[in-house]
Design a protein around this ligand. Structure first.
Ligand code: CMC
Length: 442
């Protein structure tokens, strides 16, 4: 992002692999690149020029789309590292501002750096007053993710002409603006949906406390933020802050690769996050648990999840990358118990149902064979619900947290000298060239 953003090591060519098309007597040598951790990658950048062929990988199951020094996942071992630090250590010892600094700049901040960062971010928490009118254009029952996409996208109209994305300092200010304004935008979406006045940010509170304040305070009464709940929100934010080249991050990178306005790029990321296969799963888990309703009905839903003719999937289970327990889910599981205990609702039936579902699914051969473990979304919804946060805000909170990850990745992409506009190709299966048929001949 700025000159201090750390980059650990350039990839090294570890060997050359030869691809041979025996039928056509064609042979091409491709370099194999090694990063600091994780599988090697075959560098196919010259493949088309040398063979006239593309690779084909819908869903990108075998494709590395970027060189990145931000986040590392070992899905088989269930490991998640940000700039080398384990998510478990970060969740236990850091707070969201620390982790945000780490993602953006590559190192954990010392005390003065951290204080300055938190202060500078808090300086941008207010929205332009004109933006409040955007909310009034939405129906009161609009999904808050729809409002988020609209309002964050609209920010691009407030910060466009002056913004030079090739200037590191301007990217830094943009990043601070977005990180600071996301909780304000999210809380306003909630307040609008329940007909309460918007609550302005308070910069004397920390990030998570201020978010809870804007969600739950009303002008008529004092609101004291419960520190246990603020810590739980902070932990949720840490656990969702970044996750390598997932769908929404790749969306932000792809949108940004054309040089588009960053506020518009982040709005695109929010849109991608909304789907139930991605960030929308936390809301979907709760809806599913409510639909299951009782432990006795779990087998019925497990059968549905296994039935290929039924579109139902067990929400909160499975992950493209993790073929082991999602490390974020383990932290979230512990956090769920702490929060429910603090709130005195540890006998919450939905938590009991979730525990039972987890137990049964983890023993079921269908889930065992496919390595379908609970993911981060399985527990986050339970915590958020216990805190009184409505279901349709769950994915919004994910978006608030992931904004810093999107920005770190967007900054990294712009600084990458090999960066080009993202432009995949295709395997065309439509009609070959044919003659135009006039309307009277059709
Ligand atoms: N319930 C039932 N079967 C499943 C599930 C599930 N949740 N997830 C995967 N499978 C089956 C799938 O049917 C397939 O079976 P088969 O090999 O017999 O055809 C096999 O497992 C592999 O699944 P896939 O669809 O090829 O895997 P994918 O990597 O394309 O999908 C996923 C990953 C997360 C979209 C998927 O597991 C899913 O839909 N899970 C539920 C939604 C969810 O919890 N999403 C949150 C992801 S974590 C938060 C985030 O990072 O966004």
């Amino acid at each position: 992002m700025s000159e201090s953003a750390s980059k650990i090591g350039a990839p090294e060519t570890s060997k050359i692999i030869t691809l041979t098309d025996t039928q056509n007597g064609l042979s091409v040598e491709l370099p194999v690149l090694s990063g600091t951790s994780g599988p090697n990658v075959i560098d196919i950048r010259r493949l088309y020029a040398e063979t006239g062929m593309f690779t084909y990988d819908p869903g990108f199951t075998s494709t590395g789309s970027a060189e990145s020094a931000i986040t590392f996942i070992d899905g088989e071992a269930g490991i998640l590292l940000h700039r080398g630090y384990s998510i478990e250590d970060l969740a236990e010892h850091s707070d969201f501002m620390d982790v945000s600094y780490l993602l953006l700049y590559g190192e954990l901040p010392n005390k003065p750096q951290r204080d300055k960062f938190a202060h500078d971010v808090s300086y941008h928490t207010m929205l332009h007053e004109q933006l409040t009118y955007f909310y009034r254009g939405f129906r009161r029952d609009a999904h808050p993710m729809a409002i988020m996409i609209g309002v964050v996208g609209a920010l691009s109209a407030f910060y466009h002409d002056s913004l030079d994305i090739n200037d590191a300092r301007q990217r830094e200010i943009t990043s601070y603006r977005l990180i600071a304004k996301m909780p304000t935008i999210a809380a306003m979406a909630y307040k609008y949906s329940i007909g309460q006045p918007f609550i302005y940010p308070r910069n004397d509170l920390n990030y998570a406390e201020n978010f809870l304040h804007m969600l739950f305070a009303v002008p008529a009464e004092e609101y004291d933020v419960n520190p246990v709940l603020a810590r739980a929100v902070d932990r949720i934010l840490i656990l969702h802050a970044d996750h390598e080249q997932n769908a929404s991050t790749s969306t932000v990178r792809l949108a940004g690769s054309s040089g588009a306005n960053p506020f518009a790029c982040i709005a695109a990321g929010i849109a991608s996050l909304w789907g139930p296969a991605h960030g929308g799963a936390n809301e979907a888990v709760l809806r599913m648990l409510e639909e299951i309703g009782s432990v006795e009905r779990i087998p019925e839903f497990l059968e549905r999840a296994k039935d290929k003719d039924d579109p139902f999937r067990l929400m909160g289970f499975g992950h493209r990358v993790y073929k082991n327990y999602d490390p974020r889910a383990s932290v979230m599981r512990t956090s769920a118990h702490e929060v429910l205990e603090e709130l005195g609702v540890q006998n919450e039936p939905l938590l009991k149902l979730a525990m039972e579902l987890e137990k049964i699914a983890l023993e079921d051969p269908y889930f065992v064979e496919r390595k379908l473990f609970p993911n981060v979304d399985f527990y986050s919804g339970i915590i958020l619900r216990a805190m009184g946060i409505p279901m349709d805000l769950f994915t919004v909170i994910f978006a608030v947290a992931r904004t810093v990850g999107w920005l770190a990745q967007w900054n990294e992409m712009i600084e990458d000298p090999s960066q080009k506009i993202g432009r995949p190709r295709q395997l065309y299966t439509g009609a070959p060239k044919r003659d135009y048929v006039s309307i009277d001949q059709r």
